[in-house]
Design a protein around this ligand. Structure first.
Ligand SMILES: Nc1nc2c(ncn2[C@@H]2O[C@H](COP(=O)(O)OP(=O)(O)OP(=O)(O)O)[C@@H](O)[C@H]2O)c(=O)[nH]1
Ligand SMILES: [Mg+2]
Length: 247
């Protein structure tokens, strides 16, 4: 069987057979100074799909904060710049499937670029983050998009996220500008706030959904289902995303 864009069905980076056990979504933190596979411990084996996601964007735009808000529902106003790369594991239920997310949080600082781009390969989805109160971070979006094109798989899905939309008084990037650029780049678009917990869950869940949609498209053109019958379509309709900042 031809290998699909997200990898071989037997590849542990995509899907591992295992029954859907009941239980609440879980998350776990690990870190890495250099490229290496996820520790086996991060792998609770009972999931239907495993997606590798990456957070990228300039330093201080709020990548780590978005991840902590999503995985732990916490926010800290202090800034501790990420060194190299960290990741969290979170398991979610989407369309009656248990989906394990391995979410890599990259350092935005230029000096870590060689390390962080090594993680692009194999990522199925990216959250490309800028800060609505920081023009430079928005100007850099095009460069980040080029990095994705250069280092990731062709079919990786990308959502552009304008973070810190709670800072309305300091805003320098209008919502329409963000939306226009996202459209130009072929990405979906959200504004969010890790601080005020606006659109954070929606952003991650939408990324999972677009990856699922892409998988379904691939299964549509594929002749044979997975040998174990687990190449099941993810066919339920996804909820409509909240696309703009509610603050
Ligand atoms: N007002 C506001 N501040 C935020 C928000 N998200 C993050 N911050 C703050 O912005 C600063 C940088 O946040 P981080 O999440 O560490 O930024 P980062 O993108 O991970 O930065 P690097 O690790 O250096 O790449 C911190 O002081 C956060 O508290 C937000 O939604 N609103
Ligand atoms: Mg960080």
């Amino acid at each position: 069987m031809a290998e699909a864009w997200w990898g071989s069905p037997t590849s542990s980076s995509w899907r591992r057979p295992g029954g859907c056990r009941s239980g609440s979504p879980s998350s776990q933190m690990a870190s890495a100074g250099e490229p290496r596979p996820a520790p086996p411990d991060a792998a609770d084996q009972s999931f239907d799909y495993m997606f590798k996601l990456l957070l990228i964007g300039n330093s201080s735009v709020g990548k780590t904060s978005l991840l902590f808000r999503y995985a732990e529902d916490t926010f800290t106003p202090s800034f501790v710049s990420t060194v190299g790369i960290d990741f969290k594991v979170k398991t979610v239920y989407r369309r009656a499937k248990r989906v394990k997310l391995q979410i890599w949080d990259t350092a935005g600082q230029e000096r870590y670029r060689t390390i962080t781009t090594a993680y692009y390969r194999g990522a199925m989805g990216f959250l490309l983050v800028y800060d609505v109160a920081n023009a430079e971070s928005f100007s850099a979006v095009q460069d980040w998009a080029t990095q994705i094109k250069t280092y990731s798989w062709d079919n990786a899905q990308v959502i552009l996220v304008g973070n810190k939309c709670d800072l309305e008084d300091d805003r320098v990037v209008p919502t329409e500008e963000g939306r226009r650029l996202a459209h130009e780049l072929g990405f979906e678009f959200f504004e969010a706030s890790a601080k005020d917990n606006i659109n954070v869950k929606q952003v991650f869940e939408r990324l999972v959904d677009v990856i699922c949609e892409k998988m379904n498209e691939s299964l549509d053109v594929s002749d044979a289902p997975a040998a174990d019958g687990k190449g099941a379509r993810l066919s339920e309709a996804s909820p409509a995303p909240t696309r703009s900042c509610a603050c």
